[in-house]
Design a protein around this ligand. Structure first.
Ligand code: IPT
Length: 480
């Protein structure tokens, strides 16, 4: 009797399981199926390496080199190597502090404009090999890249094209010299995830025609997953200022033929180009202090200033590259680390509790099949699931209703950029005491857009897409 009951129970459970998983299947939509219903004709799409890169959001820049010891921002290339002597250098102290702040990569100034190399390059004597650091046996590029690997951060390097020490600078021989150095860095230090080609050059610098095409193809050959930064990409572009602030309008598109590295139209870089023919994401570089290198009299930015930068870089479809410079010991100063962590904690605190998760989501329309494009995907926290209105529809809206009033101070909106950047104009309305009121208007969204809200009790919120390059494909609406 007992046995029969058991068998029956098992049978019932089993049938239930099959029905349940069958039901589950109905609800899900594979990325391939999703993609088959989304038309990307005529749109520029990102490479996977660019999407992966942008998802890091927050990365560390480290300006540490001869200038740290000579107390200048731009060295002239004549400082004696004996001056480079960090007595307490510890790459792990840097990397652990960055990791704790949620930063995903470290970019090190392997060589700045003065030409001094933090690794023992075979092609010049102006290196760490002739410094007192570890009696000339040190290699800071190696130590930093290894610390990154050990703690799970990505590694990238900055190799200044402008070199005020190297005598071949200004002749074509310099291109060969530069490529030799580049090859050393690309082949001796494991995986590299970003290479930074700074366009900076002093007004009295010698004329020099850099072979950027040659440099970039060398990066592609040796480190195909690495993104390449310069004023015009090819993968990521300068945002046009060193304040870490992207344009209110920020397209990840540009026409690279309009940009001359080092002499770019900064407004163009700041906002990108809706008609650009290439996908080149904006990178927002800024220092935690008033300078790139450490100086005792630098001013440290406040948490409020840093939060503002975060919301205008990551929150405007950019990536934040925040510089935190080590001091003459070769350590990140304690006060800098404290400030960095206070800032990171503030961001975590604000953005950890999404008030929209339980909202009832009602879109103006939903593309078929609904399981792939339901409005509820906007609040499921996944990057890949999307809401899209009916095929071909641009003007559309989504309404969120809350079971009890909430008072959000910020809205976060996201497009699924795998399908390109589409939205050109949108508005945010809130409902208070039954009345709708527009509280924000915007142009671009992209990977992530953050905007301020009044922070007063509301019963509902509506996002209206007013114009787009193609029918919108959104992945998230969050409220904080
Ligand atoms: C500026 C360069 O001109 C630009 O090409 C880019 O590399 C940028 O730096 C990175 O921050 S120079 C700076 C003194 C504005």
């Amino acid at each position: 009797m007992m046995k029969i009951l058991h068998i029956q129970t098992i049978a019932v459970l089993f049938t239930g399981l099959i029905l349940f998983s069958g039901c589950k299947k109905e609800q899900t939509c594979s990325e391939n199926t999703q993609a088959s219903y989304i038309d990307t004709t005529g749109l520029v799409l990102p490479d996977q390496r660019q999407v992966d890169w942008q998802k890091m959001e927050f990365t560390a820049f480290v300006h540490f080199n001869m200038n740290t010891f000579t107390d200048v921002e731009w060295g002239e290339g004549d400082a004696d190597p004996s001056q480079f002597n960090p007595t307490g250098f510890d790459a792990e102290q840097w990397v652990k502090a960055f990791k704790k702040a949620g930063m995903k990569m470290v970019i090190l100034t392997a060589k700045h404009h003065d030409g001094f190399c933090l690794w023992p390059s075979e092609y010049t004597d102006y290196t760490i090999e002739n410094s007192p650091y570890k009696n000339g046996n040190g290699d800071i590029v190696k130590e930093v890249s290894e610390a990154c690997r050990k703690h799970g951060l990505k590694f990238g390097f900055y190799l200044s094209p402008w070199d005020r020490h190297e005598s071949s600078y200004g002749t074509d021989r310099y291109n060969k010299f530069y490529k030799n150095q580049l090859r050393e860095l690309l082949t001796n230090y494991g995986r590299v995830h970003e290479v930074w080609f700074d366009g900076a050059k002093g007004p009295n610098a010698k004329d020099m025609e850099y072979d950027f095409q040659g440099y970039w193809s060398m990066v592609r050959n040796h480190q195909p997953q690495a993104v390449i930064f310069s004023d015009k990409g090819p993968d990521v572009r300068w945002i046009g200022n060193e304040d870490g602030i992207a344009g209110k309008t920020n397209w990840s598109l540009m026409d690279t033929s309009k940009v001359d590295v080092g002499n770019a139209d900064r407004d163009y870089l700041n906002s990108g180009d809706p008609n650009g023919s290439r996908w080149v994401v904006g990178e927002c570089d800024v220092s935690i202090s008033s300078d790139w290198f450490y100086h005792t009299d630098s001013r440290l930015k406040t948490v409020k200033e840093l939060l503002n930068i975060y919301e205008k870089s990551v929150g405007r479809n950019g990536l934040l590259l925040l510089n935190v410079p080590p001091d003459q010991r070769g350590l990140l100063p304690e006060a800098y680390v404290e400030r960095l962590h206070a800032f990171a904690d503030t961001v975590d605190e604000i953005y950890s509790k999404d008030l929209a998760l339980d909202a009832e989501v009602t879109p103006s329309g939903v593309r078929t099949p609904e399981r792939c494009f339901s409005g509820s995907h906007l609040t499921d926290t996944s990057f890949s699931t999307v809401w899209a209105p009916e095929q071909g529809t641009v003007k559309s809206s989504v309404e969120l209703a809350f079971s009890k009033p909430i008072a959000p101070k910020r809205i976060l909106i996201r497009e699924n950029i795998n399908y390109g950047q589409r939205v050109k104009q949108f508005a945010v309305d809130v409902r208070r005491n039954g009345q709708w009121e527009t509280v924000q208007n915007g142009t671009t969204i992209g990977y992530k857009r953050i905007m301020k809200l009044p922070g007063k009790d509301i019963e509902g919120l509506r996002l209206r897409i007013e114009d787009a390059k193609a029918s919108p494909v959104l992945s998230r609406i969050a409220l904080y």
